[in-house]
Design a protein around this ligand. Structure first.
Ligand code: GDP
Length: 320
């Protein structure tokens, strides 16, 4: 149930704006987007100077700097293998970050908070494309259950604060993301950065094949981080958005097809093999984007272009 109707005029985002997690791929894109739209008074803190896992530190920061808006991008994130290997850390860190930030924000006068979730919060077997009201209608995908439960708790906390305290705390559920500043770790990354690296290394070493994880048949939807940032600003500039809004393209492709696109992007001409011993994860994850479309936003960066930009970023980041 939505606590408020989705309509409303565009408003300007109250400042100071605290972007929690500004060094991550999403946080960086959000800061760039805010600056490009002329917003000043943006607060950022590195993990070394503000540990959001520490409730006292979070509270002190909010007491001292009095942000009016929070964009909660800070999170422990990773791909299917990292999520499956470290469920304790994925659940603990994401619960603590959300609880500490949302609670400090509420206590210290933050009037607007946008919490970032994930499309993995929806039940594994929910009807596709995934609508916001599929939440809590069935069991989750086991490979990322710990992360998903933490994200569901954060989303619900925002809904309760909004209902109980009348503060506009709300959540966006992005689909699988990629883009500039991604994590290109060979095992702990998501599929796009992981495969960009693997195909690049295969091209450089002259390998005749690349093996992708799983069967290649699962379908995923991909959104560039700059598109997400634009959608987040649009939501924040909407006076009274719904509690939960999906952000995606509404289009998904099989992983095997994605691998072919990445091979083309990198210029790798060998064979693509699959490894069914690695997990597939959920068979399909594609969001229903009706709500964000009705609010007047749609994505601009086609996957092929986004992959090119991300490959250029990978080459730059890795000094190749
Ligand atoms: P998920 O949406 O939580 O499953 O996120 P991922 O981006 O980690 O994985 C998406 C799909 O890509 C899964 O079916 C993986 O098995 C598949 N995949 C294929 N090769 C890779 C790879 O090298 N890294 C990752 N992370 N996934 C891969």
């Amino acid at each position: 149930m939505q606590s408020t109707p989705p309509q409303g005029p565009l408003v300007s985002i109250p400042t100071p704006i605290f972007v929690a997690g500004h060094r991550g791929m999403v946080g960086r894109a959000v800061v760039r987007a805010l600056q490009a739209r002329g917003y000043g008074n943006i607060l950022t803190r590195s993990r070394e100077s503000l540990d959001l896992l520490d409730a006292g530190a979070a509270n002190d920061f909010f007491a001292r700097h009095q942000p009016k808006t929070v964009i909660l991008c800070a999170a422990r994130v990773g791909g299917i293998h990292a999520n499956r290997s470290f469920p304790t850390e994925f659940m603990r860190d994401n619960l603590l970050i959300a609880l500490n930030v949302i609670e400090a924000a509420r206590k210290h006068g933050v009037t607007r908070l946008l919490n970032l979730g994930s499309s993995c919060i929806y039940p594994r077997d929910a009807p596709q494309p995934l609508r916001e009201d599929a939440l809590l209608t069935g069991p989750l995908e086991p490979t990322n259950e710990a992360y998903a439960l933490a994200k569901i708790a954060a989303l619900k906390l925002c809904t309760y604060v909004r209902r109980q305290y009348g503060l506009c705390y709300h959540s966006a559920m992005p689909t699988n993301l990629y883009g500039t500043g991604d994590n290109y770790h060979p095992e702990h990354s998501h599929v796009i950065p992981g495969l960009l690296r693997r195909f690049h290394e295969a091209k450089v070493s002259g390998a005749d094949s690349v093996t992708i994880w799983g069967t290649g048949t699962p379908r995923r939807e991909f959104l560039h981080a700059d598109d997400l940032a634009a959608a987040l600003l649009h939501l924040l500039e909407t006076e009274s958005p719904p509690d939960v809004v999906n952000i995606g393209t509404g289009k998904d492709i099989p992983i095997r097809e994605l691998a072919t696109l990445i091979a083309e992007t990198v210029g790798f001409q060998g064979r693509i093999l699959t490894n069914p011993h690695m997990p597939d994860g959920t068979p399909r994850k594609c969001l229903d984007t009706g709500k964000i479309t009705a609010l007047g936003w749609s994505p601009r960066i086609p996957l092929k272009i986004g992959l090119k930009k991300t490959y250029a970023d990978f080459l730059l980041e890795s000094g190749r």
